[in-house]
Write a protein that binds this ligand. Structure first.
Ligand code: NDP
Length: 282
Protein backbone atom coordinates (compact mmCIF):
# COMPACT_ATOMS: atom_id res chain seq x y z
CA UNK A 1 0.00 0.00 0.00
CA UNK A 2 1.35 3.44 -0.85
CA UNK A 3 1.53 6.20 1.76
CA UNK A 4 1.88 9.35 -0.37
CA UNK A 5 1.32 10.77 -3.84
CA UNK A 6 4.93 9.84 -4.57
CA UNK A 7 4.38 6.19 -3.57
CA UNK A 8 5.11 3.51 -6.19
CA UNK A 9 4.53 -0.20 -6.75
CA UNK A 10 7.18 -2.51 -8.17
CA UNK A 11 6.34 -4.12 -11.51
CA UNK A 12 7.35 -7.72 -12.25
CA UNK A 13 10.02 -6.45 -14.67
CA UNK A 14 11.72 -4.43 -11.91
CA UNK A 15 10.37 -0.99 -12.90
CA UNK A 16 8.27 1.19 -10.58
CA UNK A 17 4.79 2.57 -11.23
CA UNK A 18 3.34 5.49 -9.22
CA UNK A 19 0.24 4.37 -7.34
CA UNK A 20 -1.70 7.49 -8.28
CA UNK A 21 -2.01 8.80 -11.82
CA UNK A 22 -4.13 11.17 -13.85
CA UNK A 23 -6.64 9.62 -16.26
CA UNK A 24 -7.42 11.73 -19.32
CA UNK A 25 -10.27 9.93 -21.07
CA UNK A 26 -12.66 12.47 -22.68
CA UNK A 27 -10.31 15.42 -22.23
CA UNK A 28 -10.00 17.27 -25.51
CA UNK A 29 -6.67 17.58 -27.28
CA UNK A 30 -5.17 21.07 -27.52
CA UNK A 31 -5.38 23.61 -24.73
CA UNK A 32 -7.74 21.60 -22.53
CA UNK A 33 -5.51 18.53 -22.17
CA UNK A 34 -2.39 20.69 -22.06
CA UNK A 35 -3.67 22.71 -19.09
CA UNK A 36 -4.99 19.58 -17.36
CA UNK A 37 -1.67 17.73 -17.54
CA UNK A 38 0.41 20.80 -16.64
CA UNK A 39 -1.81 21.44 -13.60
CA UNK A 40 -1.57 17.82 -12.50
CA UNK A 41 2.23 17.84 -12.84
CA UNK A 42 2.40 21.10 -10.87
CA UNK A 43 0.34 19.51 -8.09
CA UNK A 44 2.76 16.58 -8.00
CA UNK A 45 1.16 13.86 -10.14
CA UNK A 46 3.89 11.82 -11.83
CA UNK A 47 1.81 9.33 -13.79
CA UNK A 48 -0.40 10.11 -16.80
CA UNK A 49 -2.74 7.57 -18.39
CA UNK A 50 -3.77 8.20 -22.00
CA UNK A 51 -4.60 6.04 -25.04
CA UNK A 52 -4.65 6.33 -28.82
CA UNK A 53 -8.44 6.20 -28.54
CA UNK A 54 -8.57 9.39 -26.46
CA UNK A 55 -7.12 11.46 -29.33
CA UNK A 56 -5.17 13.64 -26.92
CA UNK A 57 -1.69 12.11 -26.99
CA UNK A 58 -0.22 15.19 -28.73
CA UNK A 59 -1.36 17.51 -25.95
CA UNK A 60 -0.24 15.08 -23.25
CA UNK A 61 3.24 14.87 -24.79
CA UNK A 62 3.56 18.62 -25.21
CA UNK A 63 2.50 19.26 -21.60
CA UNK A 64 5.05 16.77 -20.28
CA UNK A 65 7.84 18.19 -22.46
CA UNK A 66 7.15 21.78 -21.46
CA UNK A 67 6.47 21.10 -17.76
CA UNK A 68 10.10 21.26 -16.67
CA UNK A 69 9.64 17.92 -14.90
CA UNK A 70 12.45 15.59 -16.01
CA UNK A 71 11.11 12.93 -18.38
CA UNK A 72 12.41 10.11 -16.18
CA UNK A 73 10.29 11.40 -13.28
CA UNK A 74 7.02 11.00 -15.22
CA UNK A 75 5.37 7.62 -15.83
CA UNK A 76 3.52 7.70 -19.15
CA UNK A 77 1.03 5.05 -20.23
CA UNK A 78 -0.69 4.76 -23.59
CA UNK A 79 -2.73 1.97 -25.19
CA UNK A 80 -3.26 0.07 -28.43
CA UNK A 81 -6.88 -0.25 -29.59
CA UNK A 82 -7.95 -3.83 -30.55
CA UNK A 83 -8.94 -2.83 -34.09
CA UNK A 84 -5.27 -1.92 -34.52
CA UNK A 85 -3.93 -5.35 -33.52
CA UNK A 86 -3.37 -6.08 -37.21
CA UNK A 87 -1.17 -3.01 -37.56
CA UNK A 88 0.44 -2.76 -34.14
CA UNK A 89 3.76 -1.34 -35.30
CA UNK A 90 2.10 1.44 -37.34
CA UNK A 91 -0.36 2.27 -34.56
CA UNK A 92 2.52 2.41 -32.08
CA UNK A 93 4.50 4.71 -34.42
CA UNK A 94 1.53 7.07 -34.57
CA UNK A 95 1.16 7.22 -30.78
CA UNK A 96 4.90 7.59 -30.35
CA UNK A 97 5.08 10.47 -32.81
CA UNK A 98 2.14 12.29 -31.26
CA UNK A 99 3.55 11.91 -27.76
CA UNK A 100 6.93 13.14 -28.99
CA UNK A 101 8.80 11.30 -26.27
CA UNK A 102 11.92 9.13 -26.29
CA UNK A 103 10.08 6.18 -24.76
CA UNK A 104 6.75 5.16 -23.32
CA UNK A 105 6.77 3.74 -19.81
CA UNK A 106 3.86 1.37 -20.21
CA UNK A 107 2.10 0.26 -23.38
CA UNK A 108 -1.13 -1.69 -22.94
CA UNK A 109 -3.33 -3.84 -25.15
CA UNK A 110 -6.44 -1.71 -24.49
CA UNK A 111 -8.94 -4.61 -24.67
CA UNK A 112 -8.41 -8.32 -25.31
CA UNK A 113 -10.59 -8.19 -28.44
CA UNK A 114 -12.15 -11.41 -29.68
CA UNK A 115 -9.43 -12.78 -31.97
CA UNK A 116 -6.82 -14.66 -29.97
CA UNK A 117 -4.29 -14.98 -32.79
CA UNK A 118 -4.30 -11.26 -33.44
CA UNK A 119 -4.06 -10.58 -29.71
CA UNK A 120 -0.90 -12.68 -29.39
CA UNK A 121 0.61 -11.17 -32.53
CA UNK A 122 0.04 -7.71 -31.08
CA UNK A 123 1.54 -8.85 -27.77
CA UNK A 124 4.64 -10.15 -29.61
CA UNK A 125 5.06 -6.75 -31.22
CA UNK A 126 4.84 -5.07 -27.80
CA UNK A 127 7.60 -7.36 -26.60
CA UNK A 128 9.74 -6.36 -29.60
CA UNK A 129 9.12 -2.69 -28.81
CA UNK A 130 10.29 -3.41 -25.28
CA UNK A 131 13.45 -5.10 -26.60
CA UNK A 132 14.16 -1.96 -28.65
CA UNK A 133 13.69 0.26 -25.58
CA UNK A 134 10.81 2.18 -27.16
CA UNK A 135 8.54 1.04 -24.36
CA UNK A 136 9.82 0.21 -20.89
CA UNK A 137 7.04 -2.19 -19.88
CA UNK A 138 4.25 -4.15 -21.56
CA UNK A 139 0.82 -4.71 -20.07
CA UNK A 140 -2.83 -5.29 -20.80
CA UNK A 141 -6.21 -3.84 -20.01
CA UNK A 142 -9.66 -5.30 -19.53
CA UNK A 143 -8.29 -8.84 -19.44
CA UNK A 144 -10.26 -11.44 -17.49
CA UNK A 145 -8.40 -14.22 -15.65
CA UNK A 146 -8.71 -16.67 -18.54
CA UNK A 147 -7.39 -14.11 -21.06
CA UNK A 148 -4.31 -13.69 -18.89
CA UNK A 149 -3.90 -17.37 -18.26
CA UNK A 150 -4.05 -18.29 -21.97
CA UNK A 151 -1.72 -15.49 -23.02
CA UNK A 152 0.87 -16.39 -20.40
CA UNK A 153 0.67 -20.08 -21.37
CA UNK A 154 1.03 -19.24 -25.05
CA UNK A 155 3.76 -16.60 -24.89
CA UNK A 156 5.48 -17.28 -21.57
CA UNK A 157 5.51 -13.58 -20.71
CA UNK A 158 3.56 -12.18 -17.78
CA UNK A 159 2.18 -8.66 -18.34
CA UNK A 160 3.30 -6.17 -15.69
CA UNK A 161 -0.13 -4.62 -15.24
CA UNK A 162 -3.79 -5.19 -15.95
CA UNK A 163 -5.94 -2.05 -16.10
CA UNK A 164 -9.57 -2.97 -15.42
CA UNK A 165 -12.89 -1.41 -14.58
CA UNK A 166 -12.80 -1.42 -10.78
CA UNK A 167 -14.93 0.43 -8.25
CA UNK A 168 -17.18 -0.60 -5.34
CA UNK A 169 -20.01 -1.63 -7.69
CA UNK A 170 -17.74 -3.87 -9.81
CA UNK A 171 -14.93 -5.40 -7.78
CA UNK A 172 -13.71 -8.07 -10.20
CA UNK A 173 -12.57 -10.45 -7.46
CA UNK A 174 -11.62 -13.36 -9.73
CA UNK A 175 -9.29 -11.41 -12.01
CA UNK A 176 -7.84 -9.50 -9.03
CA UNK A 177 -7.03 -12.80 -7.33
CA UNK A 178 -5.36 -14.05 -10.50
CA UNK A 179 -3.31 -10.86 -10.86
CA UNK A 180 -2.16 -10.93 -7.24
CA UNK A 181 -1.18 -14.59 -7.48
CA UNK A 182 0.87 -13.89 -10.63
CA UNK A 183 2.52 -10.63 -9.59
CA UNK A 184 0.56 -8.47 -12.03
CA UNK A 185 -0.22 -5.00 -10.67
CA UNK A 186 -3.82 -3.84 -10.97
CA UNK A 187 -4.92 -0.39 -12.08
CA UNK A 188 -8.53 0.67 -11.55
CA UNK A 189 -10.15 2.52 -14.40
CA UNK A 190 -13.33 4.36 -13.46
CA UNK A 191 -12.06 4.31 -9.86
CA UNK A 192 -14.67 6.84 -8.70
CA UNK A 193 -17.59 5.14 -10.43
CA UNK A 194 -16.75 6.40 -13.95
CA UNK A 195 -18.84 9.56 -13.38
CA UNK A 196 -21.58 7.92 -11.24
CA UNK A 197 -20.16 8.70 -7.80
CA UNK A 198 -23.15 10.80 -6.72
CA UNK A 199 -25.44 7.78 -7.18
CA UNK A 200 -23.88 5.82 -4.32
CA UNK A 201 -25.16 7.10 -0.93
CA UNK A 202 -22.71 5.00 1.11
CA UNK A 203 -19.76 7.02 -0.12
CA UNK A 204 -21.45 10.25 1.03
CA UNK A 205 -22.31 8.71 4.39
CA UNK A 206 -18.73 7.52 4.95
CA UNK A 207 -17.37 10.83 3.69
CA UNK A 208 -19.30 12.59 6.45
CA UNK A 209 -18.06 10.10 9.04
CA UNK A 210 -14.37 10.55 8.11
CA UNK A 211 -14.58 14.26 7.26
CA UNK A 212 -13.57 13.54 3.66
CA UNK A 213 -15.37 13.77 0.30
CA UNK A 214 -17.15 10.76 -1.28
CA UNK A 215 -14.39 10.65 -3.93
CA UNK A 216 -11.67 10.56 -1.28
CA UNK A 217 -13.31 7.69 0.59
CA UNK A 218 -13.66 5.74 -2.64
CA UNK A 219 -10.05 6.37 -3.68
CA UNK A 220 -8.80 5.51 -0.18
CA UNK A 221 -10.68 2.19 -0.35
CA UNK A 222 -8.67 1.36 -3.50
CA UNK A 223 -5.41 2.39 -1.87
CA UNK A 224 -6.05 0.20 1.17
CA UNK A 225 -6.65 -2.65 -1.31
CA UNK A 226 -3.26 -2.03 -2.98
CA UNK A 227 -4.83 -0.87 -6.26
CA UNK A 228 -3.30 1.77 -8.55
CA UNK A 229 -5.75 4.62 -9.24
CA UNK A 230 -5.99 6.99 -12.21
CA UNK A 231 -8.95 9.29 -11.44
CA UNK A 232 -9.81 11.83 -14.12
CA UNK A 233 -10.72 15.43 -13.37
CA UNK A 234 -10.65 18.58 -15.42
CA UNK A 235 -10.96 20.75 -12.31
CA UNK A 236 -7.93 21.90 -10.37
CA UNK A 237 -9.56 21.67 -6.93
CA UNK A 238 -10.58 18.07 -7.62
CA UNK A 239 -7.11 17.20 -8.92
CA UNK A 240 -5.84 18.27 -5.51
CA UNK A 241 -8.70 16.62 -3.60
CA UNK A 242 -8.01 13.32 -5.35
CA UNK A 243 -4.49 13.26 -3.92
CA UNK A 244 -5.39 14.10 -0.30
CA UNK A 245 -5.87 10.51 0.73
CA UNK A 246 -3.24 9.91 3.37
CA UNK A 247 -4.57 11.63 6.51
CA UNK A 248 -7.27 9.06 7.34
CA UNK A 249 -7.87 5.34 7.33
CA UNK A 250 -11.09 3.47 6.57
CA UNK A 251 -11.84 1.07 9.43
CA UNK A 252 -12.25 -2.66 8.65
CA UNK A 253 -16.03 -2.67 9.22
CA UNK A 254 -16.45 0.24 6.80
CA UNK A 255 -14.18 -1.50 4.25
CA UNK A 256 -16.58 -4.44 4.55
CA UNK A 257 -19.60 -2.23 3.96
CA UNK A 258 -17.99 -0.95 0.75
CA UNK A 259 -17.04 -4.51 -0.24
CA UNK A 260 -20.71 -5.45 0.13
CA UNK A 261 -21.63 -3.09 -2.75
CA UNK A 262 -20.04 -5.47 -5.25
CA UNK A 263 -22.24 -6.56 -8.13
CA UNK A 264 -24.41 -3.46 -8.24
CA UNK A 265 -23.35 -2.31 -11.72
CA UNK A 266 -20.74 -2.82 -14.43
CA UNK A 267 -20.36 0.49 -16.26
CA UNK A 268 -18.12 -0.41 -19.21
CA UNK A 269 -18.14 -2.94 -22.03
CA UNK A 270 -18.05 -6.68 -21.44
CA UNK A 271 -14.46 -7.83 -22.18
CA UNK A 272 -15.75 -11.23 -23.25
CA UNK A 273 -17.51 -9.85 -26.33
CA UNK A 274 -16.26 -6.32 -27.00
CA UNK A 275 -14.27 -6.31 -30.25
CA UNK A 276 -13.34 -2.62 -30.29
CA UNK A 277 -15.91 -1.53 -32.88
CA UNK A 278 -17.43 1.68 -31.53
CA UNK A 279 -19.73 2.38 -34.46
CA UNK A 280 -23.21 3.03 -33.17
CA UNK A 281 -21.95 3.44 -29.57
CA UNK A 282 -22.07 6.86 -27.93
P1 NDP B 1 -13.41 8.24 -13.01
O1 NDP B 1 -13.89 7.19 -12.10
O2 NDP B 1 -12.03 8.75 -12.87
O3 NDP B 1 -14.46 9.42 -12.90
C1 NDP B 1 -14.29 10.62 -13.60
C2 NDP B 1 -15.50 11.49 -13.30
O4 NDP B 1 -15.53 11.85 -11.92
C3 NDP B 1 -15.50 12.75 -14.09
O5 NDP B 1 -16.86 13.02 -14.44
C4 NDP B 1 -15.01 13.80 -13.08
O6 NDP B 1 -15.58 15.05 -13.39
C5 NDP B 1 -15.53 13.27 -11.78
N1 NDP B 1 -14.68 13.58 -10.62
C6 NDP B 1 -13.33 13.61 -10.56
N2 NDP B 1 -12.90 13.90 -9.33
C7 NDP B 1 -14.02 14.10 -8.58
C8 NDP B 1 -14.22 14.43 -7.23
N3 NDP B 1 -13.21 14.65 -6.42
N4 NDP B 1 -15.51 14.57 -6.79
C9 NDP B 1 -16.55 14.34 -7.62
N5 NDP B 1 -16.41 14.00 -8.91
C10 NDP B 1 -15.15 13.87 -9.39
O7 NDP B 1 -13.70 7.71 -14.49
P2 NDP B 1 -12.85 7.55 -15.82
O8 NDP B 1 -13.67 6.73 -16.69
O9 NDP B 1 -12.36 8.83 -16.36
O10 NDP B 1 -11.61 6.64 -15.40
C11 NDP B 1 -10.34 7.18 -15.07
C12 NDP B 1 -9.35 6.93 -16.17
O11 NDP B 1 -9.24 5.53 -16.47
C13 NDP B 1 -9.72 7.52 -17.53
O12 NDP B 1 -9.62 8.92 -17.58
C14 NDP B 1 -8.79 6.77 -18.44
O13 NDP B 1 -7.47 7.29 -18.36
C15 NDP B 1 -8.87 5.38 -17.84
N6 NDP B 1 -9.89 4.53 -18.50
C16 NDP B 1 -9.45 3.36 -19.07
C17 NDP B 1 -10.33 2.50 -19.68
C18 NDP B 1 -9.81 1.24 -20.26
O14 NDP B 1 -10.57 0.57 -20.99
N7 NDP B 1 -8.58 0.87 -19.99
C19 NDP B 1 -11.77 2.81 -19.80
C20 NDP B 1 -12.14 4.05 -19.17
C21 NDP B 1 -11.22 4.86 -18.53
P3 NDP B 1 -14.68 16.40 -13.60
O15 NDP B 1 -13.71 16.13 -14.69
O16 NDP B 1 -15.72 17.41 -13.96
O17 NDP B 1 -14.03 16.67 -12.28
Amino acid sequence: MIDSLKGTYKLNDGKQIPGIGLGVFRVEDGQEIYDNVREALDIGYRHIDTAALYHNEAGVGKAIRESGVPREDVFLTTKLWPLDFERTQDAFDESFKKLGTEYIDLYLLHWPGVNEDLRYRAWDTLLELREKGLIKSAGVSNFMAHHLEHMIEKTGVVPVNNQIELHPWHQQREVCRYCRANNITITAWGPIFHGHLAEEPLMTELGEKYGKSPAQVTLRWHIQNGIIIIPKSSKKERLIENTELFDFEIQPDDMERINALDGKKQLGFDPLVFDGDLRGIK
